[in-house]
Design a protein around this ligand. Structure first.
Ligand SMILES: [Zn+2]
Length: 300
């Protein structure tokens, strides 16, 4: 099978709930597609205002204090998108919808919370799809990947809007494949001081993986750097420090292939940055049965 390295003309729109989701779940594929010439746009639905903050530098920006985290995270997102080589916009413009927080969070009831975005959010996405005319759309599955209400809402409006425009050939759902996650977690032999290991089944993952994209060194590096750009949200355990988080963390790993880099969210559960990104086919034309990724001839 020949490898088609020219994806110019392919238009891709990726719908994410919060700044940092684009890096964690799809950073590798975004860089991969953009590097091969595809036109890639990331639509982010909220500013991630309900996030916690890692490191003391910007601690008082959180929603319970200054409530300025959303504005700050715009800059983290812009850095991430620049590293990945893709374009981006906020659904309805920056600040139109607010991070809803987890299930039961009082933020669910905020008048601008994304879970209450109703028809307007879908209409705005129809406008974006109409303008950008994507062939491929990427978002999450019906459970939002791990149950976050904003991720579920992103899934809903993506499928709703996709049904109202012509030309979308395929919707992919970004998931975490169970086998790779288990191997990656098993490879972490010592977590950084103050962090902890994931409990059994604590991290959401899927048995069904319709295809996995193996990240080459450049895609993997870009993904890690785009994650690092979200320093209020993500801590990379490779000894690096930043203005946001001046504390170095070190993880010990027995199998570098399964967990080349280790990171944590603000819950400080050590997780592998896996070498592959996993997807399920959400709608549209099926992938070739033997598709393992573009290197094996996958027609995006
Ligand atoms: Zn998110």
């Amino acid at each position: 099978m020949t490898l088609n390295n020219d994806l110019s003309g392919l238009r891709v729109v990726v719908v994410h709930a919060h700044p940092d989701d684009e890096a964690i779940t799809t950073g590798g594929v975004l860089h991969h597609l953009a590097t091969r010439g595809a036109d890639v746009n990331v639509v982010t639905c909220t500013l991630g205002e309900q996030g916690e903050v890692i490191g003391e530098t910007w601690q008082q920006l959180v929603n319970g204090d200054a409530d300025q985290l959303g504005g700050f995270r715009i800059h983290e997102l812009l850095s991430s998108l620049r590293i990945l080589g893709v374009s981006g916009c906020f659904l309805g413009g920056a600040g139109r919808w607010r991070d809803s927080g987890m299930v039961g969070d009082p933020a669910n009831d905020h008048p601008r919370s994304f879970v209450r975005s109703g028809e307007e959010a879908e209409d705005k996405l129809v406008g974006i799809f109409t303008a950008l005319r994507p062939h491929l759309v990427i978002t999450y599955g019906p459970d939002g990947g791990y149950g976050h209400p904003d991720h579920i809402r992103a899934h809903e409006i993506t499928h709703g809007a996709a049904g109202r425009v012509e030309g979308i050939q395929r919707i992919l759902w970004a998931v975490t494949g169970r086998a790779d996650l288990k191997a990656g977690l098993a490879a972490i032999s010592a977590v950084p001081t103050g962090w902890r290991s994931a409990g059994d089944e604590e991290l959401a993952c899927q048995d069904r993986v319709d295809f996995a994209l193996e990240l080459d060194d450049r895609d993997y590096h870009a993904k890690v750097e785009s994650m690092r750009a979200h320093a209020t949200q993500l801590w990379i355990a490779d000894g690096s420090v930043s203005e946001t988080n001046p504390h170095a963390a070190f993880a010990e790993v027995t199998d570098r292939a399964a967990a080349p880099v280790v990171f944590a969210l603000s819950n400080l559960i050590a997780q592998p940055v896996m070498r592959r990104e996993h997807f399920q086919l959400g709608a549209g034309t099926a992938l070739p049965a033997d598709a393992q990724g573009p290197a094996d001839g996958l027609q995006w």
